[in-house]
Design a protein around this ligand. Structure first.
Ligand SMILES: O=C(O)C(=O)C[C@H](O)[C@H](O)COP(=O)(O)O
Length: 201
């Protein structure tokens, strides 16, 4: 998951008809992975459409916060999960799914707890609000072997600083698929933003 693209686009879809063109626009820009968030009523249908119609992109479900959501997303065709944080119940369900997952962690103890369960790749969320690049640099010493996808406040401007860290596999962000561009069906703009992001590493 961390190696597919330097940037994991975090996508919110309000109209299910936008899902496939958005995914195709990302692929056209060289992005091979998409985190479609379960934040709208059409999210599961959107995952299903992308999984069926855009084989060039690896589709994951984002904002997974409960075991039920993980099950529904997997049934819809999600190939991996991303969660903003993690609970015992959710972690158990994620392991039981058999699919890869990036659970969210924002502190040393949260990361240690996940590592105790064998998780070595996690989402650092919310990255900027939790201390950003400086925080990740500071914890690299005591937590060797962990890799992160910083997300939350990451942009084309600060992404290179994160990607320069050996502990960062990729960064995540919504900036590739601005809500106004999706609403205006400006898929060309999404391809341009994707191309710029794909060239980051
Ligand atoms: O939906 C989730 O599960 C989340 O964890 C939240 C998103 O990752 C952030 O909202 C990223 O948003 P930006 O800061 O705009 O890039």
């Amino acid at each position: 998951m961390l190696e597919l693209s330097p940037v994991m686009p975090v996508v919110v879809v309000d109209d299910v008809a936008d899902a496939v063109p958005v995914a195709e626009a990302l692929v056209a820009g060289g992005i091979r992975v998409i985190e479609l968030t379960l934040r709208t009523p059409v999210a599961l249908a959107a995952i299903e459409a992308v999984a069926a119609q855009v084989p060039e992109i690896v589709i994951g479900a984002g904002t997974v916060t409960t075991p039920d959501e993980a099950k529904q997303a997997a049934d819809a065709g999600a190939k991996f999960f991303v969660t903003p944080g993690c609970t015992d119940r959710l972690l158990e369900a994620l392991f039981a799914s058999g699919l890869p997952f990036l659970p969210g962690a924002a502190s040393v103890s949260e990361a240690m707890r996940l590592a105790e369960h064998g998780v070595t790749a996690m989402k650092f969320f919310p990255a900027e609000a939790s201390g950003g690049v400086a925080y990740l640099k500071a914890i690299a010493g005591p937590l060797p072997g962990l890799r992160f996808c910083p997300t939350g406040g990451v942009t084309i401007k600060n992404a290179p600083e994160y990607l320069a860290l050996s502990t960062v596999g990729c960064v995540g962000g919504t900036w590739l698929t601005p809500r106004d561009a999706v609403a205006a069906k400006d898929f060309g703009r999404i391809t341009e933003l994707a191309r710029e992001a794909a060239a980051l590493r």
